[in-house]
Design a protein around this ligand. Structure first.
Ligand code: C2O
Ligand code: CU
Ligand code: CU
Length: 502
């Protein structure tokens, strides 16, 4: 076991210890002075396209009053609203017409992270939407029900654009959750939680001011937001509640758990449902990963969703080269955060009162004998003073080469089973691959963690991960698929590659 791996695991173990210390987030000075009141949890607006087969998004600039005081507005971006975008409900099978309009002063794109669609409509860096124009892809959907998402993906600008708010959630549905015994009432027993850390200055304005340590570690905020709300509180029925969790942080790895010790019953990973719920004490959720969990509130007691410290920070901190930098975290004990207090309201109708035993999803079980080729992928970062001298797009690399718009890393064949051996350097990196759902075969030579046995499109590579992957659609060399670290500062800094499929 290498050193970083050991520290990472130690960080995970420490999570349990910090749980009890989870407190109210430390609010910036301005907010305390303004007497901030915690709001009831609000869902993003639901944009249901299952009937019409079409939806419109409009990227726009706005002002967000995150503290509700009217005194410290933040300049933000969003889709159809000032910050973040609506939750799209799309059919897991069927054709959907999208229209994405850009009213912002710079290029954006709309990447469907987790939709398994051809390169022509994937919305990556080669498909910019110029200011004042619109993009109208037709999405041929045919995959498992899942919680996926969308965000801008302009090379070199993904980090600041997503940070400002250009992201939203997609529910892919086949309309059969009732038959599975799964909660599905949006905002009632089926809660969507976009989890983000954001940095606020003393005046209470959201800022993005990455210094070199932020670029190295991924930008970390001092305030945790859910769906663009600071420190909201949830009320749920006395029964089973579903949380759809998205880590939409630029760089923070979350170690999610319930402070009172209630198990998280994992029902879905990035790309689809599991066969049956899997009880977890702690769920590690890296940037871009999604998970759906069930919580059992039938005993009527209240709960508290919390996260421990960023294990990546633990690895580099404590006197290491990244230790003792300015300020540190202002969250709860030891850099953990309270995320969401949940209280039970017996007056709310409880639709589901028992945990389902069988939810009918599948575990990927590719046959390694069908593997046609092995690719070795190394996620590289330069360190030390030399790194700062490099141009901003060349501080990170894949297989020694920083991303370049006009260079393909390889050409893959449709429907061939590939084995990728991915090595991450210096810290844990969430590797995301476009155009697929994959199976995690091994992590550091061992069978994957229980939370990593389902279908995935992003894997937190902490040491070495091996995946089995197949690409059902084509991606021409002019509109290739990306694969990259989803710590957005690493992605923008060059830890990205691209490939065609044909
Ligand atoms: Cu979530 Cu290539 O992106
Ligand atoms: Cu993606
Ligand atoms: Cu990375």
């Amino acid at each position: 076991m290498n050193d970083s791996r050991r520290h990472f695991l130690a960080g995970l173990a420490a999570t349990a210890a910090t749980t009890a210390a989870a407190t109210l987030p430390a609010l910036p000075h301005a907010a305390r002075a303004q007497g901030y009141r915690r709001p009831p949890l609000a869902m993003p607006p639901l944009l249901d396209a299952t009937g019409s087969g079409r939806f419109n998004l409009s990227a726009q600039a706005g002002q967000s009053d995150f503290w509700g005081s009217g005194k410290s507005l933040s300049s933000t971006w969003g889709f159809n609203q000032p910050y973040l975008g609506p939750t799209l409900r799309l059919p897991a099978r069927g054709e959907v017409s999208a229209r994405v309009e850009n009213t912002l002063p710079e290029e954006i794109s709309a990447h469907w992270h987790g939709l398994i669609v051809p390169g022509e409509v994937d919305g990556g860096p080669h498909q910019p939407i110029a200011p004042g124009t619109a993009w109208e892809p037709i999405l041929p959907l045919d995959q498992m029900p899942a919680t996926v998402w969308y965000h801008s993906h302009i090379h070199g600008k993904t980090a600041p654009q997503v940070y400002r708010g250009l992201a939203g959630v997609i529910h892919l549905t086949d309309g059969r959750d009732d038959a599975r015994g799964l909660p599905s009432a949006y905002g009632a027993d089926d809660l969507t939680l976009v989890i983000q850390d954001r940095r606020f200055d003393r005046r209470g304005q959201m800022i993005y001011d990455p210094a070199m340590p932020d670029i190295m570690m991924g930008f970390q905020g001092n305030v945790l937001m859910i769906n663009g709300q600071i420190a909201p509180v949830a009320r749920v029925p006395k029964g089973i509640v579903r949380l759809r969790l998205l880590n939409a942080c630029n760089g923070r790895v979350l170690t999610l758990h319930m402070a009172e010790g209630r198990p998280l019953h994992l029902i879905s990973t990035d790309s689809g449902l599991l066969p049956a719920p899997e009880a977890l004490e702690t769920l590690v959720l890296a940037p871009a990963e999604r998970a759906e969990v069930l919580l059992d509130f039938s005993d009527g007691t209240q709960g508290l969703l919390a996260t421990g410290p960023n294990p990546n920070r633990g690895m580099m901190g404590g006197g290491g080269m990244m230790g003792r930098r300015r300020g540190g975290m202002t969250g709860g004990g030891n850099g953990g955060f309270e995320i969401l207090p949940i209280s039970v309201d017996p007056a709310l109708p409880a639709r589901i009162t028992r945990l389902p035993e069988n939810i009918g999803g599948s575990l990927p079980a590719h046959d390694p004998a069908e593997v046609v080729l092995t690719r070795r992928i190394s996620l590289d970062m330069g360190m030390g003073p030399g790194m700062m001298m490099r141009p901003s797009g060349a501080r990170f690399a894949i297989n020694g080469q920083p991303f370049r718009m006009n260079r393909l890393n390889f050409a893959a064949r449709t429907d061939q089973l590939e084995h990728w051996v991915i090595r991450g350097h210096m810290m844990a990196h969430p590797l995301h691959v476009h155009g697929c759902a994959f199976q995690i075969l091994r992590e550091n030579g061992s069978p994957p963690l229980p939370q990593n046995r389902g279908w995935k499109d992003t894997v937190l590579v902490n040491g070495q991960a091996e995946i089995l992957v197949r690409f059902p659609h084509a991606a021409p060399s002019e509109l290739p698929y990306m694969f990259h670290c989803h710590i957005l500062e690493h992605e923008d800094g060059g830890m990205m590659g691209q490939f065609s499929v044909g």
